[in-house]
Design a protein around this ligand. Structure first.
Ligand code: ZN
Length: 246
């Protein structure tokens, strides 16, 4: 399994970059996890837009779904040019009916996931955990049979995250605040809280992502290192993790 950071900002994209989006590949299957602002431009450095096999969304905040509309236009334009009629499945939860409806377009099909059930998408098995966020949002545990990647999506800290992420090979956390700040109301974690999830879950590698637009981002890594002894990376575009079998 190969994971590539496409976008890593919280809220809005910085110059020439994108908000939350990750490309997860296994063999020739490509899954896009969240599709934030700028994601469509940035992901095309990695693959042709028609080579995406599926998209899955954690929740419907703009910094996670802003480029879904233009992705739908891209599939419309490319299908027209190529005289093809390929359909892109876009998985999302159904707790916001209006937002879910928007996932279906001429060449995209919105597919509801049931968070209480395990979902199979291509070579991946996906489990869900509802997070603590102002709107319904789900953390994802993505497994290819031998490796496990956990993405917290957007959430303030709560104990079950550590259980959900248990022994993950890679943990990608919402790290929108610095140590000592209070992320509970906006529904995000601090560096210290993200690291405590990694520590509790005993994961191998931690990526700090959904980064803030203030402060010295390297401080986030230092603060996390005081709590968690494993590998820590500050997310940036193109940051990749390749599983053991790659
Ligand atoms: Zn959010």
């Amino acid at each position: 399994m190969k994971v590539t950071t496409i976008g890593y900002w919280g809220g809005y994209p910085g110059v020439n970059s994108a908000t939350s989006s990750y490309l997860i590949e296994e063999g020739d299957f490509s899954l896009l996890v969240d599709c934030g602002s700028g994601a469509l431009a940035r992901v095309q450095q990695k693959l042709e837009v028609m080579d995406l096999d599926a998209v899955i969304l954690s929740h419907y905040h703009h910094d996670h779904v802003a480029d879904i509309g233009v992705l739908q236009y891209a599939w419309l334009v490319q299908n027209t040019i190529n005289e093809s009629s390929d359909i892109l499945p876009i998985y999302g939860h159904q707790e916001d009916g209006q937002a879910f409806e928007m996932l279906t377009h001429q060449y995209t099909e919105g597919i509801a996931y049931d968070p209480s059930q395990t979902l199979e998408i291509g070579p991946f098995t996906i489990e869900f955990l509802k997070t603590k966020h102002p709107v319904p949002c789900y953390a994802l545990k993505i497994c290819n049979g031998t490796e496990t990647v956990v993405y917290t999506a957007d959430t303030s800290h709560f104990e079950e995250l550590g259980t959900f992420a248990e022994a993950a090979d890679l943990l990608i956390t919402d790290t929108n605040f610095y140590k000592g700040m209070d992320g509970e109301k906006p529904g995000h974690m601090t560096s210290e809280e993200a690291a405590s999830v990694a520590e509790k879950a005993n994961v191998e590698t931690l990526w700090l992502s959904h980064l803030p637009h203030f402060g010295d981002l390297n401080m986030l890594k230092q603060e996390a290192a005081d709590v968690y002894n494993g590998n820590i990376e500050l997310a940036e575009e193109g940051l990749t993790w390749s599983g053991k079998d790659q």
